[in-house]
Ligand binder design. Structure first.
Ligand code: NAP
Length: 247
């Protein structure tokens, strides 16, 4: 049985991905930072459906917590075969000139540094040269890497652009080690992240500009992530799947 670790899986896209991964036959490591009850309820749902899952607390902005997270997953769920770098945060909508250096650092630590460091841990386990059997990494980027998120959060867009560059470079570095690295770029998905940006009804404001004229569901993004994490995408690496309603 394959093991998948999903960072930030206590709610939103990560939680939907955890549920779908279990349906695909993965043992699921549900990472969370603050919301233990929500993470445990995802684990409970998976177990009630006959799957295997465990919740793991770790703040993925901290390297020592990332190392502990991966070691605990090794011990509790066995060899890691897939990693989904899903954690991503944004702060209140702001013009670029009002974004502080400290905020830029926070956004990069949560979105980009965490993805970089989790990839390192995964490679050390999956690479054939280290005795692994290969695997898949799926990075959750954003349409913001293409649009730059003007008037909202350019800092967040930069952090996602860096994830796209990482996906391209790393996919080529580890292809010969049996590891495929791909990314999903969502947009306008109904989750609580928009409230964190200061506009809970953001999708309502924007939806007429989306060709499909609606926001997306976390489960629709999860389908794209699972395709890239599974053998069904076996000839794809270094690619981006946009889940954006046509924008
Ligand atoms: P969300 O609902 O805000 O959920 C964020 C998750 O990340 C929570 O489970 C949270 O856990 C966890 N988290 C945050 N900081 C963490 C940390 N330092 N360590 C560990 N876990 C942490 O987000 P979402 O909307 O599902 O977004 C998921 C991904 O999709 C993100 O990368 C986001 O940038 C991307 N995305 C989303 C949209 C959208 O429209 N929703 C669009 C484009 C891209 P706790 O609550 O337990 O702390």
């Amino acid at each position: 049985m394959k093991t998948i670790l999903i960072t930030g899986a206590s709610r939103g896209i990560g939680a939907a991905t955890a549920l779908l991964a279990s349906e695909h036959g993965f043992k699921v490591a549900v990472n969370y930072n603050n919301n233990r009850d929500a993470a445990e309820s995802i684990v409970e749902k998976i177990r009630l459906n006959g799957g295997q899952a465990k919740a793991f607390q770790a703040d993925v902005t901290k390297e020592e917590e990332i190392k502990r997270l991966f070691e605990q997953v090794d011990t509790d769920l066995g060899n890691l075969t897939s990693l989904v770098n899903n954690v991503g945060v944004l702060e209140r909508q702001s013009l670029m000139e009002n974004i502080s250096k400290e905020r830029l650092q926070r956004i990069f630590e949560a979105n980009t540094l965490s993805t970089f460091l989790c990839c390192k841990e995964a490679i050390q386990r999956m690479s054939i040269k280290y005795g692994g059997v290969g695997g898949t990494i799926v990075n959750v980027s954003s349409i913001a890497s293409r649009t730059g998120a003007p008037f909202e959060y350019i800092d967040y867009a930069l952090s996602k652009g860096a994830i796209d560059s990482l996906t391209i470079g790393l996919s080529k570095e580890v292809a010969n080690e049996g590891i495929r690295v791909n990314a999903v770029r969502p947009a306008f998905i109904f989750t609580d992240i928009h409230a964190d940006g200061g506009e809970p009804n953001r999708i309502e404001r924007i939806k007429e500009t989306i060709p499909l004229k609606r926001g997306g569901l976390s489960s629709e993004v999860a389908e794209a992530i699972l395709w890239l994490a599974s053998d069904k995408s076996s000839y794809s690496t270094g690619i981006f799947l946009d889940v954006t309603g046509g924008r």
